[in-house]
Design a protein around this ligand. Sequence first.
Ligand code: XMP
Length: 328
Amino acid sequence: MDPNVRPGNMERISTPALAEKFIAEQIAAIKAQVGDKKVLLALSGGVDSSVVAALLIKAIGKNLVCVHVNHGLLRKGEPEQVIKVFRDEMDANLIYVDAVDRFLDKLAGVKDPETKRKIIGAEFIRVFEEEARKLSDIAFLAQGTIYPDILESKDGVKAHHNVGGLPEDLKFELVEPVKLLFKDEVRVVGKALGLPDNMVYRQPFPGPGLGVRCVGAITRERLEVVREADAILREEFDKNGLAGKVWQYFTVVPDFKSVGVNAQGKRTEGYLVVLRAINTKDAMTATVADIPFALLQHITDRITHEVAGVNRVAFDLTPKPTGTIEWE
Ligand code: XMP
């Protein structure tokens, strides 16, 4: 039996009872696989790596070493939440790496989106590799691979390994406890493991993070604008019951200034914040979410008054095609 093929008779995990059964089975399987050896995991705080972390903590406790790399392109509050949930509440063995300056220095002046993605991906592996080398006794690498990753890599759509590219001498045996699960099942398991709702039901967030939403060459100032405006958008979607209903929503800040006027009648030059809110099934095509006009006005008012340096807000009305979901 191919371990990377979901058995035809495997029941869809849709209830807490089925999730508990899966968790018990996986804990036993992890214990049998790794024994008293140490396991390393890159923990981004996304749902897949968080569920894998929570499962492994239950199975092997501090023999799981989680590495959270803050590359400076995470959303507001994300690194803090990873530390709170995993180190403070689950008592995990968590290494927090502040790599913000390293990433932003490497990205300085880089305009091309694909080059930005390559730099972020390569630097992430380098930081993770450095941490792995500091730990001499790691035997396994845990990954949040899920079943669509396996299916897509079989079809040649994308490589499924989240932490691909480690050098040969750091090729560990893999621990992939959720590799046969679909995303909805991972969420049911995450909920049963006691992870907070805003981690379990969160919208997709690209690996390069806010880096591809700070259009063109990233500056620290404009990155903060993207991050603060995104936090306001998310807060308002939460408050207004849209958070679980709209598939993906975020802010984008282009690399030019808009002309405006302040309350004293003086000319200003400030950033434009673009709001994007889309619905989709598989991210291959997307429709624009129907957001109440009054809410868009309220969000605009908040962003232009609360985020320093912003004088204009726009709502992106473009479906995919013709626009992609992200701006770059
Ligand atoms: P696009 O912009 O291609 O986005 O319509 C489709 C979905 O993929 C996400 N996305 C990425 N995810 N690395 C990722 O992990 C990336 O470089 C990347 N680019 C886009 C995007 O957020 C959307 O959900």
